[in-house]
Structure formats: structure tokens, C-alpha cells
Design a protein around this ligand. Sequence first.
Ligand code: PMP
Length: 309
Amino acid sequence: MEAVDKIWLNGDLVDWADATVHLGAHALHYGTGVFEGIRCYSTESGPAVFRLRDHLERLEQSARLVRMRLPFSVDELHAACLELVAANELPECYLRPIAFYGAGELAVLPRGNPVDLGIMCWPWGTYLGEDGQRLGIRAMVSSWRRVGPNTIPHAAKATGVYLNSMLAVDEATRNGYDEAILLTDDGSIADGSGEHVFVVKGGVIRTPDLSASILPGVTRDTVVHLARELGYEVEETALIRSDLYQADEVFMTGTAAEVTPLRSVDDHELGVGPVTREVQEAYLDTVRGRRAAPPGWLAPVEPASALLG
Ligand code: PMP
């Protein structure tokens, strides 16, 4: 991670090196945090944060699902994210808001612990690599199952859940693959360690529905919208692993991964096909303001000088 100048912490901009957390922070011990991953892109009219409000509303929903009360409103966090990017003068970056139970009591129940809220941003290139985005990545179906809906509410982007993702991607990379695909306990496809999965067959695009222990993905929603706009039929439906092996194309989506083709799953070779390319291009055009988007999808970053003046 490349250090930048400032981090937003509990309402103030602090120096990167000063944004530290006490060893007694509840979230460090029990994974009691909720967070977001957001991207800011360069557009013709300056940097703009993609679907910022949607991400922050999901953060609020995540907190609600784990019964955490956020100390700032969506409007306040919206302004804070834009202020932070402006302060760091970054044309493109990744933003990571995180709310977590801080230091206080260390019982499992965070009774009276403060909810700390920080936002970091830093330049972060393609998550699965430039080559991955162009030529496709190799994925394997993990032996680790996705946390079930009655274990942890999967609509919450909660820090503790990522141990599940970490084990899966660790297993995949140890076995020479780039990314993992996790199944639900009943064998349906859930998602990647940090991405959603889309399968293309006979010109129809399919992706697991929200009951498959997945996050309500912002990129997933964007891609469904764009694919329909491009004239594709898109179905949200249960999928199984052989749907991956028999697909014409498979791709993954995520704020970090954007639209990344899969060139194989469990060594079943897949082509990096025209549908994935078309959706990928539409996505990259949308986030950089080159393609008309619904109102509110691009939140412009005012230069720091304008904020001061
Ligand atoms: N699945 C998981 C497990 C994730 O962590 C992410 C990243 N937030 C995604 C899917 C993709 O979601 P989004 O498009 O909202 O970034």
C-alpha cells in the first residue's frame, strides 16, 4: 500500500503515520467492523468517486445488520470521502471507509466500546493485475464453503467474514491459481474471495441471486444494468460448479477487480470472449465518465483549493 498524506479519522484529517489503533481495539480481537471498498476515477472533468452514495448506504446497512451505530451519517461520510481525496490530491485511488469497535471492554459483547470510523485512500491499480484484466485469470473452486446466511448476515460487509475469503484465496494461490470461487453449503456458486461471478452461455448472462450468501454488490448491480443496456438477457439465479465448466465465458466483478475475465476454472479452459470484453469496456467507460450513467453515479471531487476558498 502506497502511503499518502492524510487519513480521515473520526472527523479529522490526520497524518498517515498517526492513524493508529490501540492493541485493545475490540475489532482486532473479534473482527467486529464493517467496511467499504470504493474507487475514484479520473474523468474529463476531474476525479470522481464511483457510486459513492451507494457504497456508503451499504456501509450503513452493514452496520445495522451487526447492530452497530455509525457515529456519522451517510451525508457526512460522503463529504468526508470527497474531502479526503481532495486533500491527498489523487487523480485516481481506492477508498476504504471502516467502522469498528475500538478499545474499551474486551468481552465479546462490545458494551460501551466506542465505534471508531476511519477512511483511508491510496493509489491502487488493478486488483487482479493488468494481465489478469486483459488475458483472464485462473480460478479454482475452493474447498472452503462460504459462510451461510444463518452464520453471519452475508449482506453485511463485515471484517470478520473475510477470514473465510482469506482462507479460500490462500488455498487457491498455494495451488497455483489466481483466485478462489466459493460455494454455499448446498453447492451453489456464491462468489469469489472479493468478487461476484458471472457466467455467459449462449449469449445469456447469469449470476447467483442474492440468496447465495453474497453481498449486494455495487459492481454486480452496475454490470447487470450495463449488460441489459447492451441488449443482453441477464438472469439472477442459482448456479452450480458445472455451469462454470460448461460456460462460454466466465467473469468476475468487484470494485477492486472491476471486470476480470476467467481463462480457466479448475483447469477447464475458457475463452476470454466478446461478451466479457463488451461489458468490461462499458464498465471502464462508465466509471471514467465516457459513457452516460444514471444520475449520481459519479461524485465529483472538488480540488482542495476550491474547498478552502
Ligand atoms: N464479494 C465479496 C466477498 C467482496 O468482498 C466484494 C467486494 N466488496 C464483492 C463481492 C464485490 O462487491 P462490490 O462490487 O460491491 O465491490
